[in-house]
Design a protein around this ligand. Sequence first.
Ligand code: B12
Ligand code: SF4
Ligand code: SF4
Length: 321
Amino acid sequence: MEDRSEIRSSPKNLWNEAKSILVLASNYHFRENSLSLLNEKDIGIVSVYARGRDYHLTIKKKLKSLSRWIVDNYKCDVKYFVDTAPIMEKPLAMKAGIGWQGKHTNIVSKEFGSWLFLSSIFLDIDLKSDNEMIDHCGSCQRCIDICPTNAIESPYQINASKCISYLTIEHKSHIPELFRKKIGNRVYGCDDCLAVCPWNKYAKKTNNKDFFPRKEFNKPKLKSFLKLDDDGFRKLFSTTSIKRIGRNRFLRNVLIAAGNSGDDNFVDDIIPLLIDESNLVRAMAVWSLFQLCDKSKFKKLKNSYYHSERDKDVIKEWELT
Ligand code: B12
Ligand code: SF4
Ligand code: SF4
């Protein structure tokens, strides 16, 4: 983000001919209280936005056909984006009257609550501007209070490096110890700050079937995730946005959730991962087993596996325990 902040500072830096921006929002709400799953420790919570088809694929298709219609009818040039360029989509959506940037920093709509994807079409013609939406958060600060890692450090300001969405999706390396317990059973993203927003009482169920949750993601068992190899991962997550993080990062998250379950039934599924090819996976297998095993069982495991480990980060995990 820092590297591309200069481009982000103005849409003109992306396309100098741009004169107007059409900002679009797609509703992905399907009426489920994602917070209730936090107590079901044997399942892995996949964030609501990622349970259906990858939204980039769906929205790109829609942007393409809408853009074609605009070009044919207005004889102008256009460029469309959905997360594919450094664009300040949220402030633009506010200017376009879609909603306001809530204290959790995402767009909240009076009509749809928090569950919206954003995208944009740049045009080289002038359009009459909509009225900018004003802030309706008032004295509420539910999203700030619920955040498990205190990532919303002050209203309208998020420290992305503390956000569970960042840690479980974007962060490529080992997740710092400080956050592991706070991640709970979230294996991909986090919805807490969106889910508590009182404006969600106006949210309507999406009618776009692509955003309906896949059957496999309705309370998926951590046990079945622990058994995923590369092939199994690719098959299970093909055409979802989860595919992007790859099997090793996903297993890293699943092992943290298993370690947080307090359920020693996971131990036999985790032990084989102590010799997994990925150091991300081996490191979190050590941490997870330390959470779940009694002292003597863990000591036996350490005697068997620690001395053959060569990776410095995994060795560090053994030594911390
Ligand atoms: C990087 C990114 C992330 C990062 C950082 C998030 C962030 N808030 O910036 C991480 C990985 C953490 C993330 C997480 C999520 N993301 Co995201 N993310 C993006 C992305 C690609 C860029 C956002 C960006 O430009 N950030 C840069 C900062 C500077 O922008 P900003 O927060 O808008 O900053 C403004 C305010 O914070 C404020 N501000 C900043 N400092 C200060 C200081 C003071 C004193 C004040 C008053 C204000 C203020 O002013 C800034 C400028 O207007 C966008 C797509 C896009 N192109 O916009 C999606 C996007 C924002 N993400 C989205 C979603 C859905 C999520 C998640 C809900 C996913 C999930 N369930 O796990 C979470 C929500 C976490 C959260 N509370 O924000 C959607 C949000 C849709 C909406 N309704 O708004 C977007 C728009 C993707 C999309 N195409 O739909 N995301
Ligand atoms: S997505 Fe989760 S961790 Fe990130 S700011 Fe919201 S509540 Fe906090
Ligand atoms: S939970 Fe409250 S403070 Fe947070 S975005 Fe919604 S209305 Fe604003």
